[in-house]
Every structure is written in structure tokens, then in C-alpha cells.
Design a protein around this ligand. Sequence first.
Ligand SMILES: [Fe+2]
Length: 276
Amino acid sequence: MKYTPHNVLTSEQPIPIGDIESLTEAEHAAVSASLDSTNMAFYQTDMPRVTEDSIERLATQFGITEYEHTSKKLTKIRRIEHSNNESARYIPFSNRQLGWHTDGYYHPVSQAIRSFILHCNKPAFLGGNSYFVDHETLYRVLLKNNPEYIERLCEANAMCIPENKRDGWTRDAVTGPIFHWDNQQLLMRYTERAKNIIWAKGLEAPLLEIRKMLQDKRYVKAIRFESGMGVICRNVIHRRDAFMNNKDTHRSLFRARFHDAIENQNLSRNKYALVK
Ligand SMILES: [Fe+2]
């Protein structure tokens, strides 16, 4: 553990990578091993210039190529920056705190986001630290201690996002489970947002337990992304602190979301056997 210059506890040591566009065998193996044990891998590259194409090439090396598509458009790499224009009303594009969530929790299961990459070009002047929890660890611990909670959280009507009408565009209501297995991958749909979410009856205790675990340092990986640092993951649960830019330091990240899964390099592993 070490303290960053901004006194933020960073629990993670990123994997050093020379060229993210073309990983060495050892670098690829290190990232894959981290993905297979915690569903996420933090990395640090000293490449002088990382572009959208670099992120695309990084993704391809882990077999993820199907970028998030909505009914409106196909989104490839997005810049996550504090914007003063229209998009700032969406929290990722503001400088406000972003609560615990998995990406695309508002999508139907058939359009799940199975993986994403965040890459930091520039950190904020102050704040903007990120926190990650392996949702599969939460699942395993709950399964062992409270199997009845898992039953509830896996029900097909556990979480409903009501219909959303805005600017002449309508998103239909979306209902689905919080946890579900998709081939070998456990997916989680979750947000701590209180507004416009309808939870099924009987979920109070399971959700309270999840909230407690999200406060528990044993499960939370804290990281301050510096320039060149990033994460590739199987859509683990995550959040971000509020941040402040100044005139020289403007936080800027690339984000890429994918519908396809990062293949598990060790399919013979019996994940249930790993319940602690
Ligand atoms: Fe996110």
C-alpha cells in the first residue's frame, strides 16, 4: 500500500506494460491472470501517446471487439471529461461523484455490457479517485453466507428501470435480475442510484448486505489513475469520487464498453470451489 501525493490510499499496483497496442506474452499472461482471479486488471503504460486506436488494439488482444450499441448509435471509444455542454447533465461527464454501478445496468440482459476499458490520459487536479469491487466475490460470499439472498437477487424481476422519455426519445422499461450467469461469466446489473429504480419486494436485506460489502475494505480496490494507467475488466462494480480540474490539469479518460466477454484463460477452474 502507498499514499499518492494527494493522500489517497491506493491498494493496487498496476501491471507495467510497454506498448498497449502490442503486449508481450508475459504482459498478456499477467493481465489474463489478474482477470481470471479478480475479473479486472490494472495496468500502467509509459507510451508517450495513447490514442483511441491504441485502446481498440488493446481490446482486440483480449478478444473484445463488439462495442456498445444502443438503438440510436454505435459508440466506440468515448472521452470521459468534465463537459460544460449538454452531456454534463449525465454524471460521467460532470465532475460530480459517481456512485457504485455496473456499466449498462439499464440495458436488457440481451444487451448486457460484459467488459469495459478505462484509460487515463490525464488525472484531475484534485480527486477523481476510482474504486472497484469484483462482483463475483460479492456473489460467492453471499452464496456461502446468505444463499436465500442470491436466490432473490437472481430473480428475473429483481430490478426495473421504468420507461424514460426525454427529448422526443423513449427508452422502454427494462426489467431483469441483479445477478445472472451468462455462459461462464457472472453479470451484475446494479446502481446505487435511488431515483427511477424499482426493486422487487423482499430485496431490502440483500441490498443492504451488498451496500455493507461495498464499504468493506477487504473487497474494495482503490486506485488513483495517473496518466497512462487504466483498467480492463469484466464489468465489475465501480465508483468514482468527485474531482476538480484547474486551468492546466483537465481530467481525461478514454472509455470503451463491449457486449462481448473477455475469454477466461483458465476455463477448467471451478469458480464455485473458490467460495471462501
Ligand atoms: Fe461506469
